[in-house]
Design a protein around this ligand. Structure first.
Ligand SMILES: Cc1ncc(COP(=O)(O)O)c(C=O)c1O
Length: 389
C-alpha cells in the first residue's frame, strides 16, 4: 500500500512538504480507531478498567523503548514535538535557572521561541552561529562551554529546513566533558534513520509522530535521568509527574504503529528517496534554471528527504503560489513559523549577506511514493514560472 495513500492522491497533487507533516498511514488510523473503541478506562483509575488501560500504556511504551534501545521509564508521552521540546528546555531552566544554556540560531521555532521566552525571565542563553552549510563549529561550542557552567546544550539533530545532520557524537562528548546535559531535537529523524538512543548517549531526545506517518498531536520525550528536570506543567502524577494530564492511549498506540511501519520499511523508503533526490538534481542540472543547494551537498552529512533549493532572482513566495496553483505543494521553511510568508531564520543565519538567496529558496521534502515524473513536473513548472517572472 502506498505510504501516502489517501483520497487526496486521486487529485493528482504532488505533495512535497513531508517535513511539515506526513499523511497518516491507513494502518495507523485503524489502530487508533480500534483503540478509541476498546479502551474505556483511565490509566489512573484503581479498578480493572484502569488496570487494563495501564497495561496497554505500559506495553505500548515497552515496544517503543525496545526500538529506541532504552527503558520505558525514561519515555514521557506528550502532545507534540513542540511540547516535548518545552518539557526539556523549561524543565532544565526551572531546575537550574541561573546556569547558561546553549543552542543554535537555526533551531525549530519550538526550541528557539522557548529559549527567547525564558530569556525574558532572565535565562542566560548562548546562540551558536552556523556556517553556510548549517553546521555549528565545535570550537565555538567549546568556547561557550568554557565561558560558564552550562545546564543544557540543545541542538537540532537533523535540520527540518535543510536536512543537515550535526556532528551529534562530537557535540555530546564535548558537552559532557564540561558537565552539560545534551538534548537533541530528533523530530525529523525516524523517517530517515534509526533513532538508537543508547548509541547516541544523549540526555534528552524529542519526537513527534506526524513526521513519520503517525497522528498529529502526540510527541515523546526521552529523559535519561528523571530527576534532571522540573515539570513544565503542574497537575496529576502521570508520567512521573513530568507531564500531568490523562494519557492519550489511542494516539500512543498510533505512535507505536507508525514507528513499527517506519522501522519495517525504512531501508526501502531510503532507497526511493535517495533516487528521487538525485533525479530532481539531475533534472535541475539539465534545465535552464539557475539553482543552488542550501545546506550540505547530496553526499554530505544530511538526509536526502529534505532539500532546500535556492533560485536566486526568483521570489520564493510568488513561486510557491504558482506551484500551489498547479497542485504542487512545497514550503519556504518550517510550517510552524506561523507567518511562513517570511524568509526562513535558518537561511538568514546561513547566508546573512545574501538576500537574493534567502528570498529565492524553497524547501522540498519527499515521501517514498513520489515518482520521477513528479520530479519532472516540478522542474518544468518552476522553469515555466521563471520564464514568465
Ligand atoms: C525539528 C522539529 N522540531 C519540532 C517540531 C514540532 O513538532 P510538532 O509539530 O509535533 O509540534 C517540528 C515540526 O515541524 C520540527 O520539524
Amino acid at each position: 500500500m502506498p505510504v501516502n495513500s489517501s483520497s487526496e492522491s486521486a487529485l493528482k497533487m504532488i505533495y512535497l512538504d513531508n517535513a511539515a507533516t506526513t499523511f497518516i498511514h491507513p494502518d495507523v488510523i485503524q489502530v487508533i480507531q480500534d483503540s478509541l473503541g476498546a479502551t474505556k478506562g483511565n490509566p489512573s483509575s484503581v479498578h480493572e478498567l484502569g488496570f487494563k488501560a495501564t497495561r496497554e500504556w505500559n506495553a505500548t511504551k515497552d515496544a517503543i523503548a525496545d526500538i529506541f534501545e532504552v527503558s520505558k521509564k525514561n519515555l514521557i508521552f506528550n502532545s507534540s514535538g513542540t511540547e516535548a521540546n518545552n518539557i526539556v528546555i523549561q524543565g532544565r531552566y526551572f531546575k537550574h535557572p541561573h546556569t547558561q544554556m546553549i543552542t543554535t540560531a537555526t533551531e525549530h521555532s519550538s526550541v528557539l521561541n522557548t529559549f527567547k521566552a525564558l530569556e525574558e525571565r532572565g535565562a542566560n542563553v548562548t546562540y551558536l552561529d552556523v556556517n553556510d552549510e548549517g553546521f555549528i563549529a565545535l570550537k565555538e561550542l567549546e568556547a561557550s562551554l568554557k565561558k560558564a557552567p552550562t545546564s543544557l546544550v540543545s541542538i537540532l539533530h537533523t535540520n527540518n529546513e535543510t536536512g543537515a545532520i550535526q556532528d551529534v557524537h562530537a557535540i555530546r562528548d564535548l558537552a559532557h566533558r564540561y558537565g552539560a546535559l545534551v538534548h537533541f531535537d530528533m523530530v525529523q529523524v525516524p523517517m530517515h534513520a534509526k533513532a538508537n538512543l543508547k548509541d547516541l548517549g544523549c540526555d534528552f531526545a524529542t519526537f513527534s509522530a506526524h513526521k513519520f506517518f503517525g497522528p498529529k498531536g502526540i510527541g515523546l520525550t526521552y529523559i535519561k535521568d528523571l530527576d534532571s528536570l522540573k515539570p513544565h506543567t503542574v497537575g496529576g502524577s502521570q508520567e512521573h509527574r513530568l507531564r500531568a494530564g490523562t494519557q492519550n492511549l489511542s494516539f500512543a498506540r498510533g505512535f507505536l504503529k507508525a514507528l513499527e511501519i517506519t522501522e519495517a520499511n525504512r531501508t526501502e523508503w531510503h532507497a526511493k528517496i535517495d533516487h528521487l533526490a538525485h533525479t530532481l538534481i539531475e533534472k535541475l542540472d539539465a534545465s535552464s534554471l539557475n539553482y543552488k543547494i542550501n545546506g550540505p551537498a547530496l553526499d554530505g552529512s544530511r538526509i536526502l528527504g529534505t532539500l532546500n533549493l535556492a533560485f536566486p532572482g526568483l521570489d520564493a513566495i510568488d513561486l510557491r503560489f504558482a506551484l500551489n496553483s498547479e497542485d504542487i505543494y512545497v514550503s519556504l521553511g518550517s510550517a510552524c513559523d506561523a507567518d511562513s510568508m517570511h524568509a526562513s531564520h535558518v537561511l538568514r543565519a546561513m547566508f546573512p549577506d545574501d538576500e537574493a538567496r534567502v528570498n529565492g529558496s524553497l524547501r522540498i521534502s519527499f515521501s517514498p511514493d513520489l515518482t520521477d515524473a513528479d520530479m519532472a513536473t516540478l522542474v518544468h513548472t518552476i522553469e515555466e514560472y521563471a520564464k514568465s517572472a
